[in-house]
Design a protein around this ligand. Sequence first.
Ligand SMILES: [Zn+2]
Length: 462
Amino acid sequence: MHLSFEGAAREVTGSCHLLTVGAHTVALDCGLFQGRREESRAKNERLPIAPTALSAVVLSHAHIDHAGRLPFLVARGYRGPIYATPATRDLCALMLADSARIQESDAAYLERKGRPHAPPLYTTADVTQTIAQMIGVPYGRWFDVCPGIRARYHDAGHILGSASVVLECAEGDARRTLVFSGDIGRSGLDIIRDPDPPRVAADVVLCESTYGNRDHASVSGAKAQLGETVRRTAERGGKVLIPAFAVGRTQELVYDLHGLLDRKQIPAVPVFIDSPLATNATAIFELHPDCWDRGEALVRTDADHLLRAPFVTYTRDVADSKALNSRRGPAVIIAASGMCESGRILHHLLHGASDTKNTILIVGFQAEHTLGRRIVEQRPQVRIFGEEVSLLADVEVLNGYSAHGDRGELRRWLDAVRADGSPAPRVHLVHGEPEAQDAFAAALAADGYAVDAPPRGDTRTL
Ligand SMILES: [Zn+2]
């Protein structure tokens, strides 16, 4: 039995790990690499295994850096099962189609401008075939992945449908229990439930480490800071531009803006959710009230209050989206993608980044070499669609809205996986940049964990 690390290894995108038990190999996630354009293109095109040699895929959640390469795997001939929670399957139907469309429209835009570009990695037809191969499995139920491996999902509290996975592996007389964390969320959010760590006395844990070296502001502190940013930007007549994953942060932000307005802590500025995907994702939230945080008593009748409001406009058409660029006066515009790598946020940044009245509000993790990261670093000039744009807008970072737990939350999750009295599991850190991983590894090693952070292509025996 062995594991090989083929993505999100010493970095945060391209999540993919191969688990081999006997004659069968299973992929845990099959995500898209993002970052430097040519480099990620090359990484995305190189599959770590022949698609026909793969027995199954077990998916942790629908974010593109975990699921976004599935249609490419299918386009190259994979026809086996792809397991996911029912909400993840529904979200994938939207998000993968959106990913295909974004790739198609970015290529068309660059084509019109006469700039060099690569063809899309996959088409909408590949996405349809991918969804046909997905099998929904609810939390808490064992399912057979392939001979020698059975699995069970636990809520990871990261986005709707997100999961950590327990994998029981058997080969001959040998038995091993592996836990794959997926992305671990924060505790105390209003919509998404708190993470539910599998208390299974695991032998080996694959643990994410995005914020392994950081503490976040409290959830309530983040709300206050959101209000302050909107108030200040509105006073000078500017727009607040928020790059956000269409699923998760967008819904939490709308919910909190509604609360801030109710309490008159922000002026009545119009809010535009400039993303057909976010609009559709909101409908999927309503389809899965079973995934909502019951502690907050967010029952079905709250859905309108939660996600729709008179001051919120969901724009679908490209023409409406373009009209926002020339719109005057204060506004909040939330658009994907979360790391400013593609999507409508690019057009808003192209038009708005050089206006000193505006604020670019960063609410999620920005990977190395992405436009979002360069904005966080406040580079004087940034490149958008091949044009040099002066970055004169205010830039604010709100880590309290992170979909990822901070080092304390990661540590509490990991300690819970190690059931009472059982020896510490071997920990392989994934989904983190070297600085965060090394700091987290040092802290874990000091407390008796055997821990490493394997680079891409490395293999470990279970
Ligand atoms: Zn994620």
